[in-house]
Design a protein around this ligand. Structure first.
Ligand code: UD1
Ligand code: CA
Length: 477
């Protein structure tokens, strides 16, 4: 049984980001850079290349090296990995040294250490698995991932001899003019034989900047007799490292395209990929159509046969099947099947629209349950309310939920008819099948089946006992 430990280096200052946020917490398609790397590591065992080795290779939880703003990173990432601290940021070689005690405390002791960087978020589990499998197959001392770059870049260059044997990785800062012309670059994914690794790390030279480069291990291995250095050539696209915000935007564009293609292959129509933004964690059912100018972010799920957009933002929400959402904003809301929203409406946090609710234009719902089949077509606000089924919310009706100090609740029973321009002064209850006249200002509870009108609203009719019909009340308009 082979075991491997995975180490992610994420302690660097990320100076080139010019940010108060730690570099590895910058967001890419809605997830921190570091989470993307951890996702790839977690995907190794299920990768196709790994399939025939799964029985003979065992992994441990990844170990993430933190330093700069360690507490913030640990808080954001949580318990999906182990942590090691690099007190002073003295380079990538020094960062790996800081994990030795954690790796050596693992049981069983890993024979292989797979290292990747927290700022290369596009690397896939498949690619990491290829490096690992190659390393084991070749019984190499070091195996690392390279890529062919066409443009000049800040990647370390892979220097080989005339026979193609790897000699060293030359960092751009120290590379000769000739070395800078080399197209093969170091992607920053390595497998090391752990028996060799730890003593070799302690022999790393210190550069004049005070740093220890992990990449110098390649030169050390190459100059020792009889050690195998293997390489795997990967796609450049997967190895993009994020050092500044220009690279962050480039990675976002690549990842966004990948995400959109995944949805399209799974049966989602995306009319204009160039103006559609979908975060990594979003799920969408087949036959849903996404119209231009739409952003779907966070942990959002969308059912099948929906039509979303144009010009719509949906964040952290659950949308059922056959929903239509046009030119609207939906955040932290739940929409059951067959709900229609918009154009120009806003579902705010805690909005729950049950089956077939029709929330038309210029409407807002916040922290409210709206029962099945209820209609609110024009210019209405429901806040902190519970609304029954098949209620009609007339144009311009508003729950006046805030009295300046507190948010108060409004209850509207099944089948109630809220006349246009009704102000419901919360806390207040409107009974089932009750009606309010146009422009009523309701500041007292309305009994079921009753009709109230005026300012403040007074009783116009009470329902007749027994048959549910209504009779004329004593007060008239
Ligand atoms: C590094 C490689 C380079 C490679 C490139 C690929 C070295 C010396 N160079 O350069 O060959 O082509 O990545 O993306 O390794 N880190 C620490 N502690 C430190 C310094 C860095 O944990 O003291 C972490 C950073 O948080 C980062 C990663 O190591 O996630 C890489 O460091 P970075 O400074 O970005 O290295 P590059 O200059 O990109
Ligand atoms: Ca980098």
């Amino acid at each position: 049984m082979n075991t491997y430990a995975t180490v992610v280096l994420a302690a660097g200052k990320g100076t080139r980001m010019r940010s108060t946020l730690p570099k590895v917490l910058h967001s890419l398609a809605g997830e921190p850079l570091l989470s993307h790397v951890l996702n790839a590591i977690e995907a190794i065992p299920s990768s196709a290349v790994f399939a025939s080795h799964i029985a003979s290779i065992r992994s441990h939880h990844p170990i993430v090296v933190l330093g700069h703003q360690a507490a913030e990173v640990e808080k954001a990432i949580g318990e999906r990995c182990l942590y090691a601290i690099q007190e002073e940021q003295l380079g990538t070689g020094h960062a790996l040294m800081a994990t030795q005690h954690v790796v050596e405390s693992l049981n069983p002791l890993p024979q292989v250490v797979l290292v990747c960087y927290g700022d290369t978020p596009l690397v896939s589990g498949e690619m990491l698995a290829r490096v690992l499998v190659e390393h084991l197959a070749r019984q190499a001392t070091i195996t690392f991932l390279t890529a062919q770059a066409t443009l000049p870049s800040d990647f370390g260059r892979v220097v080989r001899d005339a026979d193609g044997r790897v000699l060293e990785i030359a960092e751009v800062k120290h590379a000769t003019k000739e070395q800078k012309q080399i197209n093969e670059v170091n992607s920053g994914v390595y497998c090391f034989n752990s028996n060799w690794l730890w003593p070799a790390l302690h022999n790393l030279p210190r550069h004049s900047s005070g740093e220890y480069y992990l990449t110098d291990l390649v030169r050390i291995a190459a100059s020792s007799w009889g050690l195998e250095i293997a390489t795997v050539i990967g796609k450049l696209e997967e190895t993009i490292g994020i050092n500044d915000r220009v690279q962050l935007a480039a990675a976002e564009q690549l990842l966004r395209r990948r995400i959109l293609e995944r949805h399209m292959y799974a049966g989602v129509t995306i009319i204009d990929p160039a103006t559609t933004y979908i975060d990594a964690k979003v799920t969408i059912g087949f036959d849903t159509v996404i119209l231009p100018g739409t952003m779907i972010t966070g942990k959002t799920s969308i059912g099948m046969s929906c039509c979303i957009g144009p010009g719509t933002t949906i964040d952290q929400s659950a949308i059922g099947d056959r929903c239509f959402i046009r030119n609207s904003v939906v955040e932290e809301a739940t929409l059951e099947d067959g709900v229609r929203v918009g154009p120009f409406s806003h579902c705010r946090p805690g909005a729950y629209l049950a089956h077939n609710v029709d929330m038309g234009n210029f409407a807002e719902v916040k922290n409210s349950y709206v029962g099945a089949g209820t209609q609110m077509h024009h210019f209405s606000y429901l806040g902190d309310a519970t609304v029954g089924e098949h209620v009609n919310i007339g144009a311009g009706s508003i729950t006046c939920n805030f009295d300046g100090e507190r948010k108060n609740h409004t209850d509207i029973g099944d089948g109630a008819f809220i006349g246009s321009g009704t102000m419901l002064i919360a806390p207040v209850k409107v009974g089932a099948h009750a009606q309010t006249g146009a422009g009523a200002v309701v500041n007292k509870d309305v009994p079921p089946g009753a009709v109230v009108v005026g300012v403040p609203a007074r009783l116009l009719r009470m329902p007749q006992a027994g048959d549910g019909s209504v009779k004329e009340g004593s007060e008239k308009e």
